[in-house]
Design a protein around this ligand. Structure first.
Ligand code: AMP
Ligand code: MG
Length: 469
């Protein structure tokens, strides 16, 4: 097996990380391997038994520089001055056949100096959940970390539910730089490290940015775009803490995330999000809040702090408009409008209001709109008819409503109940439901497996997702 490492993070100052190797596991077995992604990364792996040893953490591959990254973060609004990779190890980076540099990280690979009270491990459920959901996100065209491999460890992990099978996910990301990576140095007053980090982030992700304020502007734009894309597919991240907010603008750290079935603006799945801080409709506001934290950290390195604060404030204050326009464009496309106008907002909001009042299925209602049979998704059909007339009038001048809508409205998303069923089967040794989900989710805009588009029955509904990862 060959991984063409080209590591840059390991050349940064020692304060940025702790060098250490993964902790070996009893019995590493490959559960899933992403051949397509491996080939983009230039990784050749013909022997899956050997690959399981590498991605299970038993063999450190040649030229890897394994390390755990340091960061801090606001968790549910309160600042934690020291987090860091508590159960993840960055093996290194590769430059893919597409010329893009990406991190290769093991998640669940044993304790690190940043583990605090944790065991450094992950259990099979969240590993497969992240595998499926992140790859589904990628197929939807939404920026995300990806899954290269899932390995079972043959060891037991103790969680609230009891003993569970252990597993390790190999995650691939544009980088693992987070808002929290900036926060840790800003909080400690380590201005030199903050400057080094800023330059590193600029070079790696936004080479056109000229200085910290330009970086802030670019990350704000990337985050605004990301969150509007989440909204457009009914995705709720669930833990938008600043340590889970990627500088590269990718969806990262899939925990108690979920795609909504029945639409509601205030939908929350995460069992630990008691206040609904990260509810579906709260996500744009939280993205702005997170960018304000990045701004606060970045200004610490500026010569003229007053001027920097003023500029940073302006940049962050411009974000709601970016979010609003992005949201309107994305949802306008979902109802077949190619060039949206501010006046389209009430039309979109009215539809969402009807959907919310009826508990209509988010994905299927929009998909049915493409097929002209959305009326059946509503119990209050008269109200829908009134809306539909206004909608028809708005889209008469559109050249190809149906084509636009079928590109903006997926037929299949990773529904919670399917994920739970897939995990139960995998724990019992049956990977067939995993394979089935992966196959259908690879082409989410095509109806390849209609049964996976079915909303959960009353008994199948998953009311909450758990962080006990
Ligand atoms: P997360 O909510 O998964 O983004 O994790 C938040 C923080 O807790 C990160 O610093 C993780 O590395 C750490 N963490 C989560 N689970 C564990 C675990 N089982 N062992 C050690 N650290 C963990
Ligand atoms: Mg995290």
């Amino acid at each position: 097996m060959h991984i063409p490492f080209d590591n840059s993070y390991a050349t940064l100052p020692a304060a940025f990380y702790t060098r250490l190797e993964p902790t070996s596991v009893q019995d590493a077995k490959m559960l899933a391997f992403n051949d397509d992604l491996a080939s983009v990364l230039g990784i050749t792996a013909s022997d899956m038994a050997e690959a399981a040893q590498v991605f299970g953490g038993n063999i450190v591959p040649e030229n890897a520089t394994p390390l755990a990254q340091l960061y801090a973060g606001h968790q549910f609004g309160s600042f934690n001055p020291q987090l860091g990779d508590g159960r993840a190890i960055l093996l290194g980076e590769v430059i893919g056949t597409d010329g893009i540099r990406r991190d290769i990280q093991l998640k669940g690979s044993g304790p690190t100096p940043y583990s605090r009270m944790g065991d450094g491990r992950a259990w099979l459920g969240p590993v497969l959940r992240e595998y499926v959901v992140s790859e589904a996100m990628h197929a939807l065209g939404i920026p995300t970390t990806r899954a290269l491999a899932a390995v079972s460890t043959g060891e037991q992990i103790w969680r609230e539910q009891g003993a569970l099978p252990g597993a390790i996910l190999t995650r691939v990301a544009l980088s693992h730089l987070r808002v929290g990576t900036f926060q840790v140095f800003a909080h400690r007053g380590e201005v030199e490290n903050l400057k080094t980090l800023t330059n590193y982030a600029i070079q790696r992700h936004y080479p056109d940015a000229e200085g910290p304020m330009d970086l802030l502007r670019a990350v704000c734009a990337a985050q605004a775009d990301l969150v509007t894309q989440w909204m457009s597919v009914g995705f709720i991240h669930g833990v938008m803490n600043t340590d889970n907010c990627s500088i590269a603008g990718e969806t990262i750290d899939y925990g108690p995330c979920a795609f909504m079935d029945a639409f509601h603006q205030n939908r929350v799945f995460s069992s630990i999000d008691q206040q609904g801080r990260y509810a579906f409709g709260a996500q744009p506001g939280i993205a702005v809040w997170n960018m304000a934290q990045l701004a606060t950290s970045l200004v610490q390195q500026m010569q003229d702090k007053d001027a920097a604060i003023e500029e940073a404030t302006e940049i962050v204050h411009a974000m709601p408009e970016l979010l609003e326009n992005g949201w309107r464009n994305r949802f306008a496309a979902k109802i077949g409008i190619s060039t949206s106008q501010p006046e389209d907002t009430p039309l979109i909001e009215e539809l969402l209001g009807l959907m919310q009042a009826d508990g209509a299925d988010f994905t299927n209602t929009f998909r049915a709109l493409c097929e002209q049979d959305a009326r059946d998704q509503f119990t209050n059909r008269d109200a829908f008819d009134v809306w539909s007339e206004k909608w028809q009038a708005r889209v008469t001048s559109e050249p190809d409503v149906k084509a636009l809508m079928s590109r903006a409205n997926p037929a299949v998303i990773p529904r919670n109940h399917r994920i739970e069923q897939m995990i139960d089967a995998a724990v019992a040794g049956d990977m067939a439901p995993f394979e089935r989900l992966m196959k259908a989710l690879a082409t989410p805009y095509a109806e390849t497996d209609p049964d996976l588009s079915r909303p959960p029955s009353q008994q199948e509904i998953v009311p909450a997702t758990f962080c006990g990862t």
